[in-house]
Design a protein around this ligand. Structure first.
Ligand code: ATP
Ligand code: MG
Length: 632
């Protein structure tokens, strides 16, 4: 990395959330906890693992055969035992586990831990009756309904490996994933509801299983009881029929800590999605730990993670992490702008949500439509706010902090990846927060910003974000492509490379400034996309921005920016000049976009991340590569 990769850090501004929201948090004292970890990493993780129930204890906490790690070797467990039985056979039996809300207020379903346990056992028995066995792959292609979670947990119960595919994907993407993992069974729904319209899923499944010879059965949840879709008896079975008359108990399969739990494909923001493999023991410990300590989950909390289980956030913090902690979770099939832009705030008020976890793309959408929407609702139940998926620009942080958290709630901006399985970097509750910066590595993780040889770079200098030691919930391989896995650990000696660019401040806080693929080199200076984007978003007229580098004979590259305006602003030459001037004042002349285009929408992945490579390809008339995860 060039030496002049300097990032302009504003005078440090740290925020301190109210004591009422942070006192006595599980996080405790960050430094003390971090020291405890550093003093004896194995003992640190072992202590956490002991908070959960194992059928047999491990021989060794960590076995590190670079670049392959094993955790809790020879430990035996079942994650659903810890998500369900552990609560059902103690005082949480009648506690609400899941509250599901459809698009309208009269669509509500509630499961206590006991009810969820029984449903999972019955469906697990149903899967067994279809011949599903430990190690078989099962593809789940459903909207956000309780049955989606029941299906995931039922697979885990019997040791089948689930691959959840987001219900918004089309035929090609679904077919690719079914074939990629060799799924024996596909579990689907007839329809998903989006903005009041039923969108058929079953027809997509029918097409996607053609040329997928591994598929033996398709289980279909028929939501539309008025006109149930027809099932073809050769292959297809009804979800509820499969559960009916099944015993309400199903002994959990004894899993080895290193047995695979699931395969999940990455978002495909930077290229072809990778099939990440996570295992039972380490993943359980990592998601349990981070949900408890990063979100400070308590027994009386109402927890809402808006991510679909089709993404890692939905796996780790929509399903496994909160259930491992015995939390009460809201799940909703609701899009944030239907029937209007207040629907999410309405849900927070109605259910008394205390912990809320969402993505910058949603926050920026709400910024665009205005603060009058959240102001209509009573959000005072909120205690902790979270963000994940992209950098949370300082402007978006400010808006979230002010309008949703009433300047009282801590914001945990969590940096992590499908590959990491759990949170890696954030500002633990109680620590001062710095807008734009995710924060420091959580206790248990050693993260750094380094040059290409692995040497730490000084504060204010951009570099590559790396993790230095293995951690329990790290991916174990990429399905069918271990070579690709090894690349993560081979690019920089001794480090796991995240392929993100970052910068540290003088206190060790880390800001993610873009993807290493998207690095723009202008006249010999390296510029991260997020810096310029955040500068643009900090202008009052801009809701969202994406920048790319365009080859230029003189400068090597020039910056082109695409911006979405806040409602009420119009594109004009004057505004463009203002924006250019604004970037000059914020970052300096080197980061000025040579072109700014006002657009109505940006290309995003279905998980809501800006796909800069698509903008770049379009701009240059090139092939954009794998766009299977591009939103319509
Ligand atoms: P692909 O790997 O297929 O290109 P992806 O990287 O978007 O897709 P995910 O695993 O869903 O797939 O996303 C992880 C990435 O998201 C991180 O590497 C980082 O770039 C970004 N990210 C996640 N959380 C944050 C955060 N809090 N701040 C900044 N960036 C984040
Ligand atoms: Mg990635």
């Amino acid at each position: 990395m060039a030496e002049d990769f300097n990032v302009k850090l504003d005078t440090a501004m740290y925020y301190t959330p109210s004591e009422e929201c942070t006192k006595d948090s599980w996080a405790g004292d960050y430094n003390q906890r971090y020291q405890e970890f550093v003093a004896d990493p194995a003992a640190y993780w072992e202590k956490i693992a002991r908070e959960l129930e194992w059928y047999e204890e491990w021989d060794q906490v960590r076995e590190w055969n670079y670049p392959h790690a094993k955790w809790f070797t020879n430990g035996k467990l079942n994650i659903t035992h810890n998500c369900l039985d552990r609560h059902v056979f103690n005082q949480r039996r009648n506690k609400v586990a899941i509250m599901w809300r459809g698009e309208t207020a009269d669509e509500e379903r509630i499961f206590t831990y006991k009810q969820l346990y029984q449903a999972v056992c019955r469906f697990a028995n149903g899967l067994k009756s279809l011949g599903v066995e430990k190690g078989d792959r099962v593809c789940i292609y459903m909207p956000v309904v309780p049955e989606q979670i029941i299906a995931m947990l039922a697979c885990a119960r019997i040791g089948a490996i689930h691959t959840v595919v987001f219900g918004g994907f089309g035929v090609a993407a679904l077919n690719q994933r079914i074939r990629g993992v060799g799924a024996k069974v596909v579990i689907a729904a007839d329809v998903t509801f989006r903005r009041g319209k039923a969108i058929p899923l079953k027809t997509i499944v029918e097409e996607a299983v053609v040329n997928a010879p591994s598929v033996e059965r398709i289980v279909v949840l028929r939501r539309d009881e008025t006109k149930p879709v027809e099932l073809h008896p050769e292959m297809e079975v009804d979800f509820n029929d499969l559960m009916e008359n099944q015993p309400r108990e199903c002994a959990a399969e004894t899993m080895d800590a290193e047995d695979p739990l699931f395969i999940l494909f990455t978002s495909g923001t930077t290229g072809e999605p990778k099939g990440i493999v996570h295992t039972c023991g380490g993943y359980m410990v990592g998601t349990y730990y981070t949900t408890k300590y990063v979100f400070d989950v308590r027994d009386n909390d109402v927890y809402w993670c808006t991510a679909d289980p089709g993404w890692i956030t939905g796996h780790s913090y929509g399903v496994y992490g909160p259930l491992l902690n015995g939390a009460t979770c809201l799940i909703a099939e609701a899009t944030p702008d239907f029937p209007d832009n207040g629907v999410w705030w309405n849900l927070i008020e109605e259910y008394g949500v205390t912990i809320f976890y969402t993505a910058p793309t949603a926050i920026r959408m709400f910024m665009r439509v205005g603060a009058e929407w959240p102001q209509k609702y009573n959000l005072s139940s909120l205690r902790v706010l979270g963000s994940v998926g992209e950098p949370l620009n300082p402007e978006a942080f400010e808006w979230y902090y002010q309008h949703i958290g009433n300047r009282e709630c801590p914001i945990v901006d969590t940096w992590w990846q499908t590959e990491t399985g759990m949170h890696m970097i954030t500002t633990m509750i109680g620590e001062p927060m710095r807008p734009g910066f995710a924060g420091k590595p959580i206790p248990g993780i050693i993260a750094d910003v380094v040059d290409k040889d692995g040497n730490p770079v000084p504060p204010g200098t951009g570099g590559l974000l790396v993790i230095r030691e293995p951690w329990p919930s790290m991916m174990r391989t990429i399905w069918g492509n271990d070579e690709r896995y090894q690349k993560y650990w081979n690019t920089i000696p001794g480090c796991y490379t995240a392929a993100d660019l970052a910068v540290k401040d003088e206190n060790g806080y880390i800001m993610v400034i873009g993807r290493s693929d998207d690095l723009i080199v202008v006249a010999g200076h390296n510029i991260g996309t997020a810096e310029v984007e955040s500068a643009l978003v900090s202008h009052e007229a801009v809701a969202e921005a994406a920048v790319i580098g365009k080859p230029d004979a003189m400068k090597g590259n020039v910056i082109k920016a695409f911006v979405i305006l806040i409602e009420g602003y119009q594109a004009s030459e004057k505004l463009i000049n203002e924006l250019t001037y604004h970037v000059r004042m914020t970052l300096g002349p080197i980061a000025i976009p040579s072109e700014i285009e006002v657009v109505d929408a940006l290309p995003k992945t279905r998980s809501g991340k800006i796909m800069r490579r698509v903008l770049k390809a379009r701009e240059m008339g090139m092939d954009p590569g794998d766009i299977s995860t591009l939103e319509d």
